[in-house]
Design a protein around this ligand. Structure first.
Ligand SMILES: Nc1ncnc2c1ncn2[C@@H]1O[C@H](COP(=O)(O)OP(=O)(O)OP(=O)(O)O)[C@@H](O)[C@H]1O
Ligand SMILES: O=P(O)(O)OC[C@H]1O[C@H](OP(=O)(O)OP(=O)(O)O)[C@H](O)[C@@H]1O
Length: 225
């Protein structure tokens, strides 16, 4: 840990959008307010009402990287993101709490009318479009289904509609995106929620500042259940 990172306030890495929005009540429960909104501010470092805590706003998939390298002391990321990150960068992240926010399911989905079960029974090779390459590969390997995985970075629902893939692996919450694109979920792979992740060195060197916040997050997230 560099001297600079010991002098700065504790740094929490967050993505804007649903994780930021759903984290605000947890911070409020710890008595902390964030005066600026990342949807309207162009600032990437946001102060909070606590002089001991600042936020950095990064892409959801980059949160584990900032925390692993110690550029943030802790962060909040979906289990989907953490599974993919761990595949490429094992170790270095401590995951003390399931915050129970940004809840959804990782699913296999196909066009309405596509007989997925029959395709699996017949041993067909399936083309799967997904952002979640690692989770998808493991799921189909466990089932013994041969797949070609096509990596996409978003709008997965489009892939089967234009002949890029037979099926997708994507997150589903209300189901309205699948419905709007005439797709249907045929298999659940995992329950997803967001976790607090902590840099291992920060946990040792900044425990007295960090632990009360971790405890406050734990209390606030268990009250939500
Ligand atoms: N529809 C949803 N309902 C609830 N939680 C969701 C939903 N979609 C995604 N999530 C969770 O919220 C996290 C952040 O999602 P968000 O849409 O803000 O970022 P993203 O677009 O997936 O990431 P990036 O900007 O890096 O591509 C996801 O990693 C996932 O854990
Ligand atoms: O079941 P639903 O409630 O419709 O939610 C599912 C959608 O939510 C996520 O997309 P998101 O809203 O994050 O859009 P983006 O990934 O394109 O930013 C996910 O990739 C699905 O497309």
């Amino acid at each position: 840990m560099s001297p600079a990172s010991l002098e700065r306030p504790l740094t929490l890495a967050l993505s804007k959008g649903r994780i930021f929005d759903e984290t605000m009540p947890l911070l409020a429960a710890a008595g902390i307010q964030v005066p600026e909104n990342p949807e309207t501010s162009r600032k990437l470092i946001l102060p909070t009402s606590s002089p001991n805590l600042q936020l950095i706003i990064v892409r959801a998939t980059d949160v584990p990287t900032y925390v692993q390298y110690g550029a943030a002391d802790f962060g909040i990321a979906g289990k989907d993101v953490l599974v993919e990150h761990a595949a490429e960068h094992p170790g270095g992240l401590y995951q003390p709490i399931d915050l129970n926010i940004a809840r959804c399911r990782l699913c296999v989905a196909v066009p309405v009318g596509f007989d997925y079960e029959a395709a699996v029974r017949q041993g067909s090779r399936l083309r799967i479009a997904t952002k979640y390459v690692r989770a998808a590969r493991e799921h189909f390997a466990r089932k013994g289904v041969y797949v070609d995985i096509i990596k996409l970075y978003g709008s997965m629902e489009l892939a089967p509609l234009v002949g890029l893939a037979d099926a997708i692996v994507d997150l589903v919450s209300t189901g309205s995106t699948l419905k709007a694109n005439k797709l249907v979920a045929v298999e659940d792979i995992a329950e997803i929620s967001s976790r607090l992740i902590v840099n291992q060195a920060s946990l040792k060197t900044r425990a007295s500042a960090l632990q009360p916040l971790i405890d406050a997050f734990a209390r606030a997230s268990s009250q939500d259940e």
